[in-house]
Design a protein. Structure first.
Length: 135
């Protein structure tokens, strides 16, 4: 139980489930807070509505995430349903290289894939929240 995030490619060949995840995060609340802010900005909906929802990411979003990771400037998380926000600074520091590896991978994959997805969920059961990156 808690916040889990999975990045994977989805193509017509892989179907609705997509390929196996290429990147996974456990309780990376600062990354989640970034995605929720982007979702709210784009849709006008509450950040909590992103659970089981979708958000398209563009290459510029990947660039922004990368800049925030490099500058230790991912947004502070005020809390969330089992987000692990109590340890957000430690998780962000431990995930830095992994996050940058994800950004490089995402930037390379976006032109090649039908969509790049980051699935997040923080519910008791399998209720995926999907963030889609498209070229």
């Amino acid at each position: 139980m808690g916040l889990d995030q999975y990045a994977y490619i989805k193509t017509p060949e892989s179907g609705d489930e997509g390929e196996s995840p290429k990147f996974t995060w456990r309780k990376h609340s600062k990354l989640q807070t970034f995605m929720e802010a982007l979702y709210t900005e784009r849709t006008g909906f509450s950040a909590s509505d992103l659970n089981c929802g979708e958000l398209k990411l563009e290459t510029t979003d990947i660039d922004t995430v990368e800049q925030a990771v490099k500058g230790s400037a991912l947004p502070h998380c005020e809390g969330g349903f089992f987000y692990g926000h109590q340890f957000q600074d430690e998780v962000a520091a431990e995930s830095r290289d992994y996050d940058l590896e994800f950004c490089a991978w995402a930037r390379a994959e976006i032109p090649l894939a039908a969509s790049l997805r980051l699935r997040c969920g923080f519910s008791h059961g399998p209720c995926p929240r999907t963030i889609i990156a498209t070229p």
